[in-house]
Ligand binder design. Sequence first.
Ligand SMILES: CCCCCCC/C=C/C(=O)SCCNC(=O)CCNC(=O)[C@H](O)C(C)(C)COP(=O)(O)OP(=O)(O)OC[C@H]1O[C@@H](n2cnc3c(N)ncnc32)[C@H](O)[C@@H]1OP(=O)(O)O
Length: 328
Amino acid sequence: MATNGRPAASVDPDVALAYKFPEASFAYDERDVALYALGVGACGADAVDDKELHLVHHRDGQRHIKAIPTFVSLFPNKNSNGRGIINVPGIHFDASLLLHGQQYIEIYKPIPSCASVVNKVKVAGLHDKGKATILEIETTTSLKDSGEVLCMNRSTIFLRGAGGFSDSSRPYSYTTYPANQISRISIPNSTPSAVYEDQTQQSQALLYRLSGDYNPLHSDPMVAQVAGFTRPILHGLCTLGFAARAVIKSFCHGDPAAVRNIFGRFLLHVYPGETLVTEMWVDGQRVQYQTKAKERDRAVLSGYVLLKHIPSSLHGRSSDAENGGGRL
Ligand SMILES: CCCCCCC/C=C/C(=O)SCCNC(=O)CCNC(=O)[C@H](O)C(C)(C)COP(=O)(O)OP(=O)(O)OC[C@H]1O[C@@H](n2cnc3c(N)ncnc32)[C@H](O)[C@@H]1OP(=O)(O)O
C-alpha cells in the first residue's frame, strides 16, 4: 500500500539475507576506462595534464590507457543494468528516496585496461536506523579466464523512509565483515598535507552517467525534485572519483596503480558545477581526506585512500605545487 503517494516500504531480513544473487559477466575496454576518467574530471582543467594524460590517451606510445582505481566502482552496476544489486527480495522501498551512503573498495591486482570479468554479489550488511534502512552489498570481481580476483566493492545504500522494521530498543544490525574494517573518519585539526581544488562541470553528471549509471536522479529535474533536491545531483561515485584523483595527483605522481584501498562516506549531495576542494592528511600509507563543496562551504565526502607506499619525500608536505594542479 502507498503512503502519501509514495510506495510503502518493508524489510524482511530473513528473506533478504537468504537471497543468492546471480553472477554477472561483462567485458570492458579502453574506451570505457577513458570515458570514466573524463567523467570524474581527468584532464578537465588541462587537456595535456602531465599527471593525467595517460588516463585518457596512449601518451608517448604507452601500450595501454591506465585505469583510475575507482573505475572498478562501476562494476557493481553491471548486474542487471544497475538495478540488479539493489533489487533484493524482502526489501521494498521507494526508489526515489534511495541515496548512496558509502563505498569501500579493495584492489587486489593491477586493473587491466580491457578485460572480461565476473561479479559475485552478496548482502554484506543490513541495519535498521529507524528513519532509514542501510543495505550493504558486496561485489567481488574476478577475471573470467583465470579466475584471479581483481577487486571488491562494498556499496552502502541509504534507503530513506524504509527503517523501523525491528524493535526500536534493539534495532536490527547485521554484517558479514569485522566492525573495525571500516574505521570512522575523524578529520584532523592540523593543517592538511595537501589541498586540491577541482571545478566540476554543469554537465558532469550527464557525462558520468554514460559510464553506466543512468539513475534519473542525476539527469531528470522532476525526479530530482521528488527526491527532495532543487535539481539533479552528482553521482556519489563521481565525487569519489574526483577525490581519488586528488590523492593520486597529490601523493602518487599521477600513478593510479599506487592505490590499494579506498573508502568514502557521502555526507551531503553535490550539485554539478560546484567546486570540489579536497583536503588531505598523510598518516603512514593512509591518506585521510575530506572534500567540500566550496560554494556552500559544506563537507560532502570524507574517507581515506590506502596507498601501497608513500614516497618518504612526500611525508607531511604537499606535492601539489609540483603537480601544478592544486594549492596548499
Ligand atoms: C552500484 C551500487 C550503488 C547504488 C547506488 C545507486 C544510486 C546512487 C545514488 C547517488 O549517487 S546519490 C548521491 C550521493 N549520495 C548523497 O548525496 C548522500 C549524501 N548524504 C546525505 O544526504 C546524508 O548523509 C544521509 C545519507 C541522508 C544521512 O543523513 P541523516 O542526517 O539522515 O543521517 P544521520 O541522522 O546523521 O544518521 C543516521 C544513521 O545513519 C548513519 N549514516 C549517516 N549517514 C550515512 C552515510 N552516508 N552512509 C552510511 N551511514 C550513514 C549514521 O551513522 C547513523 O547511524 P548511527 O550512527 O546512529 O548508528
